[in-house]
Design a protein around this ligand. Sequence first.
Ligand SMILES: [Zn+2]
Length: 439
Amino acid sequence: METAQVDIQIEGGSVLTPTGWLPNGYLQIRDGKISALETNPPLFESHAPARQVISAAGMAILPGLTNAHSHLSQTFMRGLSAGRPLRRWLKELIWPLQAAMTREELHLAALLGLVENLRSGVTRVVDHQKITQTLEDSLAVASAAQEVGLRLALARAWSDRGGTAEPAEPSQAILAELETLFDRFQGDDQIQIMSGPLTPWRVTPDTLRKAHALARRFGSGTHLHISETQDEVLESQADTGLRPIAWLDSQGMLDPDVQLVHCVWLDGDEIRLVGERGAHVVHCPVSNAVLGSGIAPVHALRQAGVPVLLGSDGPASNDCQDLFETMKAALSLAHLRELDPSQLTPQDVLHMGTAGKTLAVGQPADVILVDLRSVYAAPVHDVDSALVLCCRGSAVDTVIAAGRLLMQAKRLPGMDEAALIDECQRAASRLWQKAFGKG
Ligand SMILES: [Zn+2]
């Protein structure tokens, strides 16, 4: 074995480091980690030769983006959201399609959705996995991530209360399957399991607490939708006397291992409470805008010290998973909400999109190269602005996840994308016919 050889060497380009952008960088990757990072050319010719040398002149080199909330199964349900508010959209379209989906269709939808994430520079996806009739359904999604090579946090969705088209599951079955999944992927570098209660109005407090305790026992946490619409807040107040965040806190469920997805309708007390307890918020600005749900108070949350991540949400309500589009929407909608363009900068938004990561020696090699030499981004005065305001996912040139080169020069080696797209188109048409009949 050629132990002295590094796997990948990247020369030129601006590198996002803990101290800011390093122009004309030099970066080496070995055994899944960044093994060298300095100015190009390196001062000392002591670096080992590399199997693969990539020129990154004119590119930005940064950590792979984190899509902190999606529903990969919904890749088969694009383009159906327009004109319906959240509850009607769920009842009339999404729940019937999810109920009719087979494991094979779920696997195909996850593959397509993951390739879409890969192409737009995402190296880690949090999938709120809703098709949960069997353990094998969750494993089908995990295997899709293993095939594509991206990191996946699979938040196994569950509901043990209410629901109309989506039946409630028995609490014991939920906890047993979660434990099996946690056990199976314990210590796995690529796949992480989380508890994924759908939303406070679809779960019992007892199962919510037990599933969270189970997740924490395995070093993980809970990922749930909350306060997405104004109706949800009013119903929570009618049912419990409390707003959703205050109710979650009353159950001891607002700690740093909890990810709160949406948080559009929070009042000042709730924002302070989330900041004090240390929970994370996942902001999905495009989905919230498409469904007419509202604009989350991102600036106030950040002021309260809340870590804010970005998610596309499912492709049924976005209707794509381009994190660059999400970054620009996060910035522009925050400015619109506050009527103040100074309150969220491109640098702030990039920090959210990369989940606060930067590139440094010893870090896992989740690295993307974004080509700024295009009519959309040139000339570049400020790299953060070029990335957030000018680029779309299509500007991503190269993607490395856990040290593996998954995309180079916009090509995916070993993957027949055209065949995958054709197969998904046929399968999605069959799914529609199963759910709603021909016509
Ligand atoms: Zn969602």
